[in-house]
Design a protein around this ligand. Structure first.
Ligand code: HEM
Length: 406
C-alpha cells in the first residue's frame, strides 16, 4: 500500500483516514524516501518521510543538524527556498532565531497573554451560547473559526472598529484547500491583510501600545530595528500559525467527542478531566500534519543515511499515534496520561502559541460541559485537502442546552 501513495497529493489527505498507512510505514519503513516527479520542475529530487515518534523528536531536538531556513513545510522545501528565511521566526535558525524568539516570547508568557486569555474565555462562552440558542448551524464558521481569530486580533492589538473587516479578510485569505488554485478573491484578501498590518505597524511606530506589533516595531535584534518586511512577516507568522491550526483543533475536538460519546459523558461528569481532555484533543486532531527541515550534514536516522542538503519531513500526524509511545494510540481517551504528543513540534521551534492554543481548547471543553446537554453531527464534515494542515472545513451540528439552561 505504502509504495503507491503520493504524500504530496492534497486529495490523499482529504480522502481517507491515513492512520493505517502511517502504522504500516512505522512498522516497515519508518524513514522512507519519496521521490518527486522530475518533470514538475522542483528544486529537490525527493524527500524523506519520518513517521516514528522517537525519530521525529530526534530531528526536532537537533536544530544544529537540521535547518528550518529552507522551509518548514513540503511546499517550500520542494521549491528549495522560503522567502521568509532569516526574517520570519519559524524559518530562521541559530542565534538570530533565539533573539527573535526571545523578543516575541515576551508577548506569549503568562503576563503578555493574560488579557488575551480572558477574551478567549469570553468569546468562547458567548459564541457557544449563541450556537446553542440557534439550535443548529456550522460549528466551524460560527465558533471554531471565530475564537482563534479574535484572540490573534487581541494579541496584535487590532482596534475594535477594524475587527469585523480583519476577520472577514483573514477568513478569505486562509483557505487551506491546496487542491484548488487560490482564487482571485483569496489573493486580493491576502494582499489587503498585508497592507492592513503595514498600516497598523506604521501607526504603532508613532504611538506604541502594549500589543505584539508595538513590540516588533520597537525592538532591536542584533543591534538594529526590524525592517518593515520583518515586522510584517512575523505578524503573518502569528496569523497563519495561530488561526487555522487552532480552528482545526477546536472543530476536530467537537467532532472527536461526537464520535466517542462515552468520552463526552466521561468529560461531562468530571470537570477535573478538562486539561487532559484538551491534550488528547490536540494529540488526536494534530492540525499540522508535518513539519519540514533540511539536513545540514550527513547523518543517520532510523538506520537510513541522510545526506547534507536532503529535505526531511517529520509526520506529527503519524508520531501522535505511534504505538511505541502511546498505549492504545487509536483510542480517544480524555483521561490519557502521559501524553507526549508532538502537535506543537518540539525543541527550538516549539510552538510559541501553544499556551494560547491550549487555553482555546480548554475553554471550548469547559463551555461545552457547562452549556451543552446534547449535540450531534447532522451532515458531512469534509476534510481539508492539504498535505500540511489536517481537519474539517465544515461541521454541521445540532445542540441541545444543558439542564437548567433551557
Ligand atoms: C492547535 C493550534 C496550533 C498548532 C497545532 C501549532 C503547531 C505548531 C508547530 C508544529 C510549530 C513548529 C513548527 C516547526 O517546528 O517548524 C509551531 C510553531 C509556531 N507557532 Fe504554532 N500551532 C498552534 C497554535 C499557534 C498559535 C495560537 C500561535 C500564535 C498566535 C502560534 C504561533 C506559532 C509560532 C510563532 C511558531 C514559530 C516558533 C518558532 O519558530 O520558534 N501557533 N506551531
Amino acid at each position: 500500500m505504502s509504495q503507491a501513495v503520493d504524500l504530496l497529493d492534497p486529495r490523499l489527505h482529504a480522502g481517507r483516514d491515513l492512520r493505517p498507512l502511517w502504522r504500516e510505514l512505522r512498522r516497515t519503513e519508518p524513514v522512507r524516501r519519496q521521490p518527486v516527479d522530475a518533470s514538475a520542475g522542483l528544486a529537490v529530487p525527493g524527500f524523506w518521510v519520518v513517521t516514528r515518534h522517537a525519530d521525529v523528536l530526534r530531528v526536532l531536538r537537533d536544530a544544529r543538524g537540521f535547518s528550518s531556513r529552507g522551509g518548514n513545510m513540503l511546499a517550500t522545501l520542494l521549491r528549495g527556498y522560503d522567502s521568509g528565511a532569516d526574517k520570519m521566526l519559524v524559518v530562521t535558525d541559530g542565534p538570530r532565531h533565539g533573539a527573535l524568539r526571545g523578543l516575541l516570547s515576551a508577548g506569549f508568557g503568562p503576563r503578555g497573554l493574560g488579557a488575551v486569555e480572558e477574551s478567549v474565555a469570553r468569546s468562547t462562552r458567548a459564541l457557544l451560547a449563541e450556537a446553542v440558542a440557534r439550535g443548529s448551524g456550522d460549528f466551524v464558521a460560527e465558533v471554531a473559526a471565530q475564537v482563534p481569530l479574535r484572540a490573534i486580533c487581541e494579541l496584535l492589538g487590532v482596534p475594535e472598529a477594524d475587527r469585523a473587516r480583519v476577520l472577514e479578510l483573514t477568513g478569505t485569505a486562509m483557505l487551506g484547500d491546496e487542491s484548488r488554485e487560490a482564487s482571485v478573491e483569496t489573493r486580493i484578501a491576502r494582499s489587503e491583510i498585508m497592507r492592513y498590518y503595514l498600516r497598523l505597524a506604521a501607526e504603532r511606530r508613532d504611538a506604541p501600545g502594549s500589543d505584539l506589533i508595538s513590540l516588533l516595531v520597537g525592538a532591536e535584534v542584533d543591534g538594529r530595528p526590524l525592517s518593515e518586511e520583518e515586522v510584517l512577516l512575523n505578524c503573518y507568522n502569528l496569523v497563519i500559525g495561530g488561526d487555522e491550526t487552532a480552528r482545526l483543533a477546536i472543530a476536530g475536538g467537537l467532532l472527536a467527542l461526537a464520535e466517542h460519546r462515552e468520552q463526552w459523558e466521561r468529560l461531562r461528569a468530571d470537570a477535573s478531566l478538562v486539561d487532559r481532555a484538551a491534550e488528547e484533543v490536540l494529540r488526536w486532531t494534530c492540525p499540522v500534519a508535518h513539519v519540514g527541515r533540511t539536513a545540514l550534514a550527513d547523518t543517520e536516522l532510523g538506520g537510513v543515511r541522510i545526506a547534507a542538503g536532503d529535505a526531511v519531513t517529520l509526520w506529527c500526524a503519524s508520531a501522535n499515534f505511534d504505538e511505541e509511545e502511546f498505549a492504545l494510540p487509536d483510542a480517544f481517551d480524555v483521561g490519557r496520561t502521559p501524553n507526549r504528543h508532538v502537535t506543537f513540534g518540539f525543541g527550538a521551534h516549539f510552538c510559541l502559541g501553544a499556551r494560547l492554543a491550549r487555553v482555546e481548547v480548554r475553554a471550548l471543553l469547559s463551555e461545552l460541559r457547562l452549556q451543552v446537554g446534547s449535540f450531534r453531527v447532522t451532515g458531512p464534515a469534509p476534510r481539508i485537502a492539504s498535505n500540511f494542515v489536517r481537519g474539517v472545513s465544515a461541521l454541521p451540528v445540532e445542540f441541545g442546552p444543558a439542564a437548567g439552561r433551557r
